[in-house]
Design a protein around this ligand. Structure first.
Ligand code: PGA
Length: 249
């Protein structure tokens, strides 16, 4: 049985004070035991977030990392640095990283390997753009993304992979995939994993949906058979909204 997961991607938001305030507000009620709840604050606030969440079920994760473990890469953060402050989970391949920082499935494959070498759990993001959806190419796009970035992994590595299907046209736009659209493509994703590996592995992988999830639509999306939770952007910045979302699982 896959446990639901709700992760908040805070992106380039919240200073030190706002980060602390939001964490305190999220912890004012117990985190339900049937869902894993994660937050991804900025790198600069990860240590503070770890301290504030110590002994609670709220998991603190990173938004990104470099494929290299050390070296001359000014401004970058490594898996080793994250490990050293107790961060063992990372989001990779978010569509904003792909669009603004030229990340590709091939370069993400390297990051995935490095993260796994550092025993990190990965939320791997992928999904089609609007023109690809309109041209009904979304199935082949997600298949190619997964094939390039993940399908060379050994079966055992998949215990560290959480997938986040995020149609680019739904991120930050207010436009959400319908629950049926989400279910259709999540089922397809599980099918191609089963074809590449096997059914048992495919059934064990958590597949999150991301893109304009809000308190009003979370329950209907999360109730789909192959949707195991969500990656939340804008609505994760408001404690009440984020709580309502993870309480909808
Ligand atoms: P959104 O972002 O919820 O603001 O659409 C989702 C994401 O970027 O993961």
């Amino acid at each position: 049985m896959r446990k639901k997961i709700v992760a908040g991607n805070w992106k380039l938001n919240n200073d030190k004070h706002e980060t602390a305030q939001l964490i305190v507000a999220l912890l004012s009620d117990p985190i339900p035991s049937d869902v894993r709840v994660m937050i991804a604050p900025a790198f600069t606030h990860l240590v503070q977030a770890k301290t504030l969440t110590e002994g609670t079920a709220l998991e603190v994760i990173a938004q990104n990392m470099n494929a290299a473990t050390s070296g001359a890469y000014t401004g970058e953060i490594s898996a080793r640095m994250l490990n050293s402050i107790g961060i063992n989970q990372v989001i990779l391949g978010h569509s904003e990283r792909r669009a603004y920082y030229n990340e590709t499935d091939l370069s993400l494959k390297e990051k995935v390997v490095t993260a796994l070498e550092h025993d990190m759990e990965i939320i791997f993001c992928f999904g089609e753009e609007l023109d690809q959806r309109k041209a009904e190419k979304h199935f082949e796009v997600v298949k190619s993304q997964l094939e390039i970035a993940l399908f060379d992994l050994e079966p055992a590595s998949w215990s560290k992979i959480i997938l986040a299907y995020e149609p680019v046209w739904a991120i930050g736009t207010g436009e959400t995939a319908s629950p049926e659209q989400a279910q259709e493509i999540h089922a397809y994703i599980r099918k191609i994993i089963a074809e590449k590996y096997d059914n048992t592995l495919a059934e064990s992988v958590s597949i999150l949906y991301g893109g304009s999830v809000k308190p009003g639509n979370a329950a209907s999306i999360f109730s789909q058979t192959d949707v195991d939770g969500g990656l939340i952007g804008g609505a994760a910045l408001n404690a009440n909204d984020f709580k309502a979302i993870f309480q909808s699982t």
